[in-house]
Design a protein around this ligand. Sequence first.
Ligand code: F6P
Length: 324
Amino acid sequence: IKKIGVLTSGGDSPGMNAAIRSVVRTCAYHNIECVGIYRGYQGMIEGDFIEMGPRSVNNIINKGGTILKSARSAEFRTPEGRKKAHENLVKEGIEALVVIGGDGSFTGALMFNSEYNFPVMGIPGTIDNDIYGTSHTLGYDTALNTVVDCIDKIRDTASSHNRLFFVEVMGRDAGHIALNAGIGAGAEEILIPEEDLGLERLLESLQKSKASGKSSSIVVIAEGDKIGKNVFELKDYVESNLPEYDVRVSVLGHMQRGGSPSCFDRVLASRLGVKAVESLLDGVSNFMVGLKNDTVNLTPLVQAIKGKSEIDRELLRVSDIITT
Ligand code: F6P
């Protein structure tokens, strides 16, 4: 392999720039060329490429977002789109790809590989932490810190006004952000898709905390929670059943995807970038680099997509105990 392409795809996440930097510099270290592909697979289809050397990634390790931009390409889901993308890669002399993104991006990479036998390697980049085969995805740790910081601030005003806050956090269909940030921020209840708490138990729990002397409360709800009501309906439901509660809602939204990556995410991105490039150079393809027991490992892309990244159920018990 003489030239590797790198792209970021799907929802951006803090640490993607640090991963691009690592990929580009690992290529330089091994004397191979590196090409940045703008806007994920869409840029591949349009031939939107840029030659990258070690100096083109100066001063980006600390930056949120992605300098290569990101997109979710509908055209790449078609055989015609992938054909155009392949022609562009061949024209540019790119012989392997590093795809930084989530499961949708990996699905595209696998499809591309099976059609053109093109070497691909994935780096998990999403705040949701919903990828099988790695304990941490890029951006997850930073998002947790952002959410905890926001809830700390909400707690100040909740406590001043003796209010109950429902705080909705991202995570798509996974509850990792809600569960871990909820514990870190001392939430009274945490509602996640993996566990149906039930409306009755939620009311009971809120009644219990009032009776125990708590004057304000924080309930963290994952956006994909299956309690059957969205966060605003939940507010109405609680207010009509427990009129003693003055309830407010805060949806944290896309601020969770931004900001300077944490040290953890920067180190993770640096390690995964090196492993992705060196694996390709060793002739490995169709794998995702990830972290297991603080060791960088490889998981077949097909498993990364199909497997489920389980939540740590012990954390639910811990949360129950420490909110007594
Ligand atoms: O996958 C990352 C994520 O931020 C999810 O948590 C969220 O459900 C989704 O992307 C939002 O997507 P968009 O930025 O397209 O609205």
